[in-house]
Design a protein around this ligand. Structure first.
Ligand code: SF4
Length: 355
């Protein structure tokens, strides 16, 4: 099965189900995944400077600690000059990608976001600007793109509509999430998507649907992490997603999407102190250290016990460099673009799904 997945970048649903549900093939899977990541990226691990600039959000996703209904959370917003200061520190440390991430916060108008993006673009012409601001209109995405943003992260979280409805309040829909992703691609962004592993009510069939959706979307970046409950959410009594299953899915993703940028996420490091190192060995090739000011870090609490909330940017970077090296790889200070596929995907892959 693993050899077939490696060669064809695909497996029938029945085999994917077997592979997802057993740890029997894990070692072989990780060996093949590492071979593919080295074929495309050698030992390079790309680094992205994460700037969490607002923890206000108008949404109420049931799994998220910064949902608006969490009235106990102390909220913050960074000003344009504070965001630019984070970029300056990051640039000095060697970062060549900045990720501006926040809840869906209507306080920042499209014009304000565009101004911030344009200012970063003007100062750092050799950097990629990634936005992660949630669902917006086509016109807003286009405006940000014209201002100089070139990447956008928007996880679909689950590609099963019924499951999506169990994780989100009325008014949010998988249809709109997918529409946003297709719009981003059409505008010309390098798109990142992904899903939670072990979220409440998730089944193996849901995970297979996630993989099938990603085969249609073919994002440049795929971020997955285990579900971790937050105490102030309706899901506070659900147990966390399984670390081994998350690693297995990273391995599967590497074989299905050989050239993808796959982060070893903070959630992996929260699930296990060695989680990010394990993620890298399973096929991940990106890490995202935090560049946000230390005083706001703990307030961007998507889930309980989130790690890396106390270190200054330089310490965070040094710590990750050590961890990456210990795992057998090397951080490279590079813009970190996706490498081209060595050959076309097999013809039987579906292309675009209209929504
Ligand atoms: S997951 Fe994103 S959109 Fe949903 S509540 Fe959290 S920050 Fe807001």
């Amino acid at each position: 099965m693993i050899e077939q997945l490696h060669a064809n970048r695909d497996l029938p649903d029945v085999d994917l189900k077997k592979l997802i549900e057993t740890s029997l093939y894990d070692q072989e899977l990780f060996r093949h995944a590492d071979e593919v990541r080295r074929e495309y990226y050698g030992t390079d691990v790309y680094i992205r400077g994460l700037i969490e600039f607002t923890n206000y959000c108008r949404n109420d996703c049931f799994y998220c600690g910064i949902r608006w209904k969490n009235l106990k959370l102390e909220r913050y917003r960074l000003s344009k000059s504070e965001i630019l200061c984070c970029c300056e520190i990051g640039y000095g440390l060697g970062y060549r990608t900045f990720v501006l991430q926040g809840g869906e916060d209507p306080f920042y108008t499209d014009e304000q976001i565009s101004e911030i993006v344009a200012e970063i673009r003007k100062k750092y012409t050799d950097c990629a600007i990634t936005l992660s601001l949630g669902e917006k209109s086509y016109e807003s995405y286009e405006l940000f793109f014209r201002a100089g943003a070139n990447r956008y992260l928007l996880r679909h979280e689950t590609a099963n509509a019924e499951h999506y409805a169990k994780l989100h309040p009325v008014g949010m829909s998988l249809e709109n999430r997918k529409r946003c992703l297709w719009n981003l691609r059409e505008i010309g962004y390098q798109v990142g998507s992904g899903f939670m592993v072990g979220s409440p009510f998730q089944t193996t069939a849901c995970l297979i649907e996630d993989l099938r959706f990603l085969q249609q979307l073919r994002p440049a970046m795929i971020g997955i992490g285990p579900f971790i409950a937050h105490r102030a959410t309706p899901f506070n009594r659900f147990s966390s997603g399984d670390l081994r299953l998350t690693l297995r899915l990273i391995g599967i993703l590497r074989l299905m999407f050989p050239n993808a940028l796959i982060p070893a996420t903070t959630a992996l490091g929260t699930a296990d102190p060695q989680g990010r190192e394990m993620g890298l060995r399973a096929g991940a090739n990106v890490v995202m250290p935090n560049l946000s000011p230390v005083e706001v870090r703990s307030k961007y609490e998507l889930y309980d016990n989130k790690i890396c909330t106390g270190d200054e940017a330089a310490e965070c970077c040094a710590c990750l460099s050590r961890r990456v090296r210990a795992a057998g790889y090397e951080i490279v200070m590079d813009i970190g673009n996706v490498r081209p596929l060595k050959e076309q995907l097999p013809q039987n892959h579906k292309t675009r799904e209209k929504v």
